[in-house]
Design a protein around this ligand. Structure first.
Ligand code: SF4
Length: 414
């Protein structure tokens, strides 16, 4: 690891830090690794993040910090993710705690949702001396980290230890408690000084095409979240989408014994939102990518039997920055398949959202101002539920911002 750290130039302009959604001080923590002062490297990372072993492993680094690394201009960029995970793992191994704050503010905050945004917000708020309770709908914390990211990308013991460190700050958790079912927002408002909603967006979006209601069509998010898969052995599966959920779902299904897995994506490989490494790994594992293809129909009687695809061409429309896929007329063809998995985006649970009585924006998400505040002054929102960018590091940043804003609000209330 020393060699990897020494490769960093410690650029004073810190382009890597600018590329990091959390603003981690990358040159400074790498410098401490060079000096073999790992505990200090950990402390530097703690200024901005409590998820080092997680983000070090699963962030799309080439789209964030590593993609901005100066070393990448003429060669390979610094392995920033590996270095971050190295420090985070070392903190776990050596039981270096997140420093506790003993003096309490007397304020109580409920954080609803224990995913990356909720966990980060809880940790940063607790470090300000507030009493925190996380309300988690499952019997374990982590949100998409536990339910959406397969073990081969994020080992469960590492995740559990990372979350335990956060709880060791003195954070209470109420498990198996769903907002709108087991507890209402009104009840929380009576008990707490502020409420932060970080309930995520984990319902798979639909394409709205014919045949989507057939048996054998699944949502990628639900398959990963509930870990409740059909038997794929000997089956042909098509996964529709180009993001990390499409990669995680297709690779998981492939490892579970499917005969053939296709990924259908309507743009070209260069436009895929998934991390390049994930795509490379999926290809190496035998998954076939059908770039510039679109599913137009799912065909079957009761069950899926085949899909109808159409080829696309990419057109630069006036005023648009992104190439637009346009179906090529007459290029339709069919592929026999057993299962179709939709991984074309996710949205929050409508039932929960509508039970909250909070103002929504035009896309249906909870409307928030620049201080994460909703239409109810005691209620704040962070992460996917407010429609923010849905990578783990961005969710964590959103949680950290919300923590700062809630702290300011509570100070004013005093
Ligand atoms: Fe090191 Fe690359 Fe950041 Fe420069 S840009 S400080 S070389 S990680």
């Amino acid at each position: 690891m020393q060699e990897k750290a020494n490769y960093c130039l410690n650029c004073p302009t810190k382009p890597c830090t600018i590329g990091c959604p959390l603003g981690n001080d990358i040159p400074r923590f790498i410098k401490k690794i060079k000096e073999e002062n790992y505990k200090e490297a950990y402390k530097i990372l703690l200024e901005t993040t409590v998820l080092q072993p997680v983000c070090g492993r699963i962030c799309p680094h080439m789209k964030q910090c590593r993609g901005k690394c100066v070393r990448g201009i003429k060669g390979e960029p610094v392995e920033i993710g590996e270095l971050e995970a190295f420090v985070g793992d070392m903190a776990i191994k050596n039981k270096w705690d997140i420093p506790k704050v003993e003096e309490m503010s007397g304020k109580k905050i409920a954080v609803v949702g224990g995913g990356p945004a909720g966990l980060t917000a809880a940790a940063f708020l607790r470090r300000k001396g507030h009493e925190i309770t996380i309300y988690e709908k499952h019997n374990e914390l982590g949100g998409l980290l536990s339910h959406g990211i397969p073990e081969f990308r994020l080992p469960r013991n590492i995740l559990k230890e990372t979350m335990q460190k956060i709880l060791n700050l003195g954070i209470d958790v109420k498990y198996n408690c769903s907002l709108g079912k087991d507890i209402t927002l009104e009840e929380l408002k009576k008990e707490y000084d502020a409420i932060l909603l970080t309930i995520g967006a984990n319902i798979s979006a639909k394409m709205g095409i014919e045949g989507e209601e057939l048996k054998g069509v699944y949502g990628g998010n639900e398959l990963l979240e509930n870990n409740n898969h059909p038997n794929y052995e000997g089956k042909i599966v098509v996964v529709n989408g180009g993001g990390n959920t499409a990669m995680d779902t297709s690779r998981t299904i492939n490892k579970m014994g499917a005969k053939k897995v296709y990924v259908v994506y309507r743009r070209a490989r260069e436009q895929m939102p998934a991390e390049q490494k994930e795509i490379d790994d999926a290809i190496k594992e035998g998954i076939e990518f059908l770039f510039q293809n679109n599913i137009v129909k799912i065909i079957g009687d009761k069950y899926v039997e085949k899909i109808e695809c159409i080829k696309t061409e990419l057109i630069k429309a006036e005023g648009e920055t992104r190439l637009k896929p346009v179906n090529i007329e007459g290029s339709n063809y069919e592929i026999p398949v057993d299962y179709v998995v939709m991984a074309v985006g996710a949205k929050p649970e409508e039932e929960v959202l509508s039970s909250l009585n909070l103002k929504r924006n035009k896309w249906g998400y909870i409307e928030t101002d620049e201080n994460n505040r909703t239409s109810d002054e005691k209620v704040f929102c962070a992460g996917d539920i407010s429609g923010e960018t849905s990578t783990v590091a961005w969710a964590a940043r959103s949680g950290r911002n919300a923590a700062e804003n809630i702290d300011k609000y509570l100070e004013k209330e005093n």
